[in-house]
Write a protein that binds this ligand. Structure first.
Ligand SMILES: Nc1nc2c(ncn2[C@@H]2O[C@H](COP(=O)(O)OP(=O)(O)OP(=O)(O)O)[C@@H](O)[C@H]2O)c(=O)[nH]1
Ligand SMILES: [Mg+2]
Length: 579
């Protein structure tokens, strides 16, 4: 699951960084934040699994200049956190161990993943993918043993650059302290974050900082209203922080001295797994919305291809297999049969075959290229290539239609260009496969001829009468000429002698057997063309085409990848188990 969330996050970031995604920018950025949070929650789950006695983690969050770093100092009774009147001063998550040793926190490096740990004074200002962890020996009356995290703000202009650090520190927290000042507590950014955090069910405290005398009750009431608009859980404890002139620090009220220790006893790492799962499930559909839209486009594309294959095969049947003049394969089997019959007196006639034939010599000469390969003269191949061309034109039209409407316009548009660029190559491959099919199908033609020949041998009467006809000799001569490359297939079919022999056989005792054999040959031929040319050759190539779409503008997460991730989600493994 972790890998899938990372992949999704990475794809969102890539797609978002491309021009033309302005429309979805806000929602995409929001989802990226949620995915970073989800990843961090899964990592926290792994941390709990690896070391159940992990030190308590308290994270302070709040808008810039609210006094987060100041509060760290107050709670730790030190001046360890850097405080400044410059907005966006803290830019890294900075952890301070209180009554916990650094060794006890060694699991944190794994939790932070690609974020690198530094000592506080060495943390590089130009890098955001790092955090610091510092052991403090000061004593605090307010803090339970644990790590107190100071975090960067989430509302300044620069905050987008260090937002991931904030999210990671938030997901790590067993307790959240929200710090707001009277100027900032109503900001939308504060309540967006608080609303997003509800699913994490962390015990929470709100610190109201920079208070002026007399404003407390009103502000708390207003805070409560804001809370109730953003969240459904109970309004948490509010700690009003008043400024102390002598120390120059806000003052933690005596009445709240044990508040954090009390909350610490409520923190329950065992609940984490459930929160983690709830969070992922809550956002899953929303995260996957563009991925599923791509899958829909993909399945539409599959539908277009299937439909186009169906139509292409209909055309093949209509214009070839069932066409009374164009279907030549069975005639070829007949030609083979005639050569098997060893017609008496053929040798003598063969030399003058051209004169015997009943079509103009000129046409014969035109077609009489010696080594004419059978596939080159095949009407079937010409037709199949025409069908393939029409097939691609039809698909290109469907793509243009889809590119002009619907949600996935960009996907279809790019896909349409892709198909255009690959069209020539696809047609060339198809032509090559068609020729290969045609040549290898000659074996089936020969087998058909053998079957007919065997049947004829069982019928000596038919065989003899066939051998005795002059027209059979003519037809056999034509068949042989075809064999030697002297004529093309079409001329064989229209040769009257061939037609006569075919009808002689059709009307003979083996007539019905011949029809049956022809029907079987056609069916086998249909299935072979369908499988070898339209499913395997052109179909597979077209269905694999979307994989070549740019990974910069599309998610390109396959339905299989998604399925595997969803299985993990329901299997409740990889940190997504219910305890
Ligand atoms: N008057 C007054 N000033 C305060 C109080 N708390 C903090 N400050 C000042 O407010 C400024 C910001 O305080 P920080 O603690 O750095 O605020 P922060 O939330 O960490 O700010 P960033 O790190 O920039 O996000 C500093 O100049 C503090 O001295 C307070 O209670 N009263
Ligand atoms: Mg700060």
């Amino acid at each position: 699951m972790l890998e899938f969330i990372q992949l999704l996050n990475q794809r969102y970031q890539t797609v978002l960084s491309q021009p033309g995604t302005e429309a979805g920018k806000f929602s995409y950025q929001q989802r990226i934040d949620q995915l970073i949070l989800a990843e961090a929650l899964i990592r926290k789950g792994q941390l709990i699994d690896a070391s159940p006695e992990q030190a308590l983690q308290i994270t302070i969050v709040g808008p810039t200049q609210a006094g987060k770093s100041t509060l760290v100092n107050v709670l730790l009774n030190s001046s360890v956190a850097g405080v400044s009147p410059l907005a966006g001063y803290t830019i890294h998550p900075q952890g301070f161990c209180h009554h916990v040793s650094l060794v006890d926190c060694s699991g944190l490096q794994r939790y932070f993943g690609r974020f690198q740990q530094f000592q506080q004074e060495h943390i590089p200002k130009e890098r955001y993918d790092c955090y610091s962890l510092t052991e403090k020996n000061t004593d605090s009356p307010y803090m339970p043993a644990g790590v107190l995290w100071d975090t960067p703000d989430f509302d300044s202009i620069d905050s987008a650059t260090y937002r991931e650090g904030v999210i990671r520190a938030i997901a790590l927290a067993d307790i959240i302290i929200l710090v707001v000042s009277k100027e900032k507590y109503a900001d939308q950014s504060v309540w967006d974050i608080m609303s997003a955090l509800e699913a994490l069910h962390q015990p929470t405290v709100i610190c109201l900082n920079k208070l002026s005398e007399g404003s407390e009750a009103l502000l708390i009431q207003s805070l409560k209203e804001k809370w109730q608009l953003a969240r459904t859980d109970a309004f948490p404890e509010v700690v009003p922080l008043y400024y102390q002139k002598q120390t120059g620090l806000p003052f933690w009220p005596e009445a709240k001295r044990t508040l954090l220790k009390h909350l610490a006893s409520r923190a329950n790492p065992k609940k984490h797994a459930r929160c983690e799962q709830e969070f992922v499930q809550k956002h899953w559909q929303n995260w996957l919305e563009p991925v599923i839209a791509e899958h829909k486009a993909l399945s539409d594309w599959q539908g277009f291809v299937d439909e186009a294959i169906r139509q292409a095969l209909d055309n093949y049947q209509r214009d070839y297999l069932n066409h009374p003049r164009h279907y030549e394969t069975f005639q070829q089997a007949m030609a083979e049969l005639l050569t098997l019959l060893e017609i008496p007196g053929l040798a003598g006639i063969l030399t003058g075959a051209r004169k015997v034939l009943t079509w103009p010599v000129k046409q014969m000469m035109k077609l009489g290229r010696k080594s004419l390969h059978i596939a080159d003269s095949s009407h079937e191949i010409v037709l199949l290539n025409q069908i393939a061309e029409h097939f691609l034109i039809q698909l290109a039209d469907r793509l243009l239609d889809s590119a002009g409407q619907g949600k996935q316009r960009l996907w279809w548009k790019e896909f349409s260009c892709l198909l255009r660029s690959q069209r020539q190559g696809i047609l060339q491959d198809f032509d090559k496969s068609a020729k290969e099919y045609h040549v290898s199908f000659q074996q089936d033609v020969e087998k058909t001829a053998q079957r007919l020949y065997r049947k004829l041998q069982e019928q000596p009467m038919v065989l003899n009468s066939l051998r005795a006809t002059r027209v059979t000799t003519d037809a056999a001569a034509i068949a042989l000429t075809l064999h030697m490359g002297g004529i093309g297939m079409h001329d064989l079919i229209v040769a009257p002698a061939m037609l006569t022999v075919t009808s002689l056989l059709a009307e003979s005792a083996i007539g019905s057997y011949m029809h049956k054999v022809e029907a079987e040959l056609k069916l086998h031929q249909f299935n072979t063309v369908k499988q070898a040319l339209f499913v395997e050759c052109i179909g597979k190539k077209l269905l694999a085409l979307p994989e070549q779409l740019s990974r910069l503008t599309h998610f390109n997460i396959s339905p299989e990848q998604l399925k595997a991730a969803e299985l993990q989600l329901t299997e409740k493994r990889h940190g997504l188990r219910i305890l």
